[in-house]
Design a protein around this ligand. Sequence first.
Ligand code: PAN
Ligand code: ZN
Length: 176
Amino acid sequence: VTGELTGDGVKVSRRTIAGLAGYFRDEATRAAMDQDRLAYRVQAYEPKPEGEPGAVCCATTFLEPGLVGDEYLLTRGHFHAGEDRPELEVTISGTGLLVLMTRDRQTRAELMRAGSVHHVPPGTAHRVANTGGEPLVFVSYWPSETGHDYRTIVERGFGARVRRVDGVPTLVPEPD
Ligand code: PAN
Ligand code: ZN
């Protein structure tokens, strides 16, 4: 009901504003913020080590609300290293946008709200932005043989960013 995962094998990680260096359009504003401020935490249950087949992994992400300049707080985002590995996102609470980008940088977004279920097709980078005023909580499911490719996003980013334009969350195209 809350998304909280507990029990043996659940691993918790935290990502602060410091850990999002380079991810926002306005890096100077990010660098001037409290570096210890929590951006999101993840509770993950991975029955098999990453890259090994034979299980479905799941993780709950608790993404805080807030802005960095005009850009909503976000997860780093990644491609799956295995090009044929999909993912499911199930929203527990809060509101946001799931940003999806194909390898040829076509970028679109789906509205996340309590109960919404989203299929991330194979070969699609995915990132979440919290556009609401409360934590955005969602559960992700992916096959254990999936590896994670963060580097492509670090180097080239997404084809669009979720920004506040005239008070409204808007997917704004971003030059490569
Ligand atoms: C999710 C993400 C989680 C955090 O469990 O890993 O939301 O986002 P980043 O890993 O991009 O920082 C998932 O997509 N797993 O595959
Ligand atoms: Zn993923």
